[in-house]
Design a binder for this molecule. Sequence first.
Ligand code: SF4
Length: 291
Amino acid sequence: MVSAMEASTVAYRVLSLGAGVQSSVLALLLARKDSRLRELGYPQPDEAVFADTGWEPDYVYQHLDWLEGQLPYPVHRVSAGDLQANLRKGRTPSGHRFVDVPFYVTNEDGKRGMLWRQCTNHYKIRPITRHIRQRAGGQRGRPFPKGRHVEMWLGISLDEHARMKPSREPWVEHRWPLIDRDMSRQDCLDWFATEYPGRLLPRSACVICPYRSDKHWVELKETEPEGFQEAVDFDRWLRRSTRNPVRQVVAGRPYLHKSCRPLDTVIAEKERAGPSAVDDFTNECEGLCGV
Ligand code: SF4
């Protein structure tokens, strides 16, 4: 039996560009009309979309500017607002009093927890969905036209296959070209190092993302000390006063690091302990951050 998606036509093909390792390599392979991707049913996309929270490290924005110059198809940047400005007001992009980044928290009784992650939804999924819906001919307030759908290609690699999730929208079909092409994150790094020797291929993630592993924090500190210092200052600000807008909304003391200790202290300890003391980022499950 033919599924509803198989029976409908593709209105538009879009690459979700996180500007991290995997989606950057995928974007470049597609730009070069990679024969294996073409055999697997991946021609060039109509465009790539990058959702900007306004708070990525500078090296990610520099990499994105460079990448855009390498691609024959357009890169469209969308934004739901400024993550930092909203967090400092304890608000979401739509103005609700809510902290949408999954900070770690300690409660009065000493128990630890983590806040509910909604930032990916607010700053990535919603603005991308709004844009592609309009781009594919969907009209505001009306159902998406029948018999058409959007293909969204996501840069998830073999080793992160647990992050493959179907779209929440019935008119969007998610596809994973790197998985179909049997490429791991390391394969992507190796390919890039061969093709662009000496060029930095950064991981992407907001400066203050609590899903950063120790290894990723150390990388931020080494590659962009000012970005790391911003995260350290923000981490301190989170606990500075109970009048702080975040503390007004969140019960407990928030932290950026999973140990629920000040970020600079923990990372300095990890660095002294050496490479075996650090671990890696794969927590974000929607496949839109960190790839
Ligand atoms: S990178 Fe982290 S903080 Fe930024 S939107 Fe994704 S999960 Fe949230």
